[in-house]
Design a binder for this molecule. Structure first.
Ligand SMILES: [Cu+2]
Length: 136
């Protein structure tokens, strides 16, 4: 019973996460009917180079995406970036080689930023939010 409730909560969270995403409804939840089992959760890691990023200098923001230890090369990735109560900026992220998705960006204001990594694969959508620092 407890387990079922947990799974239901997960499914609800997944549905909410998808609904809450700013993408154009293009999230493909089609059943592929290939007899494959449940989509496997992605492992999404975020780093900046340099870390911490420096205000006024170009930084590289990198998401590394894997599934069951294998790089995911065909995900659609967007970084939604904001600081405090500031405006959110959503940027398409190119890449995918070796599961590495990166973009270069220059931040002018130091401080703590949030980034939501909107990640869409054929099977699922995951959007973890992490914070990173920009220093003077
Ligand atoms: Cu999303």
């Amino acid at each position: 019973m407890k387990r079922i409730a947990w799974i239901a909560a997960l499914l609800t969270a997944a549905a909410l996460a998808t609904a809450g995403c700013g993408t154009d409804g293009g999230t493909d939840h089609a059943q592929h009917g290939t007899g494959t089992t449940k989509p496997q959760k992605l492992n999404i890691e975020f780093t900046t180079t340099p870390s911490p990023a420096k205000a006024g200098a170009e930084a590289e923001l990198v998401a590394t995406i894997a599934r069951a230890g294998e790089p995911v090369t065909d995900a659609k990735v967007e970084f939604e970036i904001w600081q405090g109560e500031g405006a959110h900026e959503t940027l398409n992220v190119k890449g995918g080689n070796d599961g590495r998705y990166a973009l270069k960006k220059t931040f002018t204001t130091p401080g703590t930023y949030q980034v939501t990594i909107h990640t869409t694969t054929k099977e699922l959508h995951q959007m973890p939010t992490v914070s990173f620092e920009v220093v003077q």
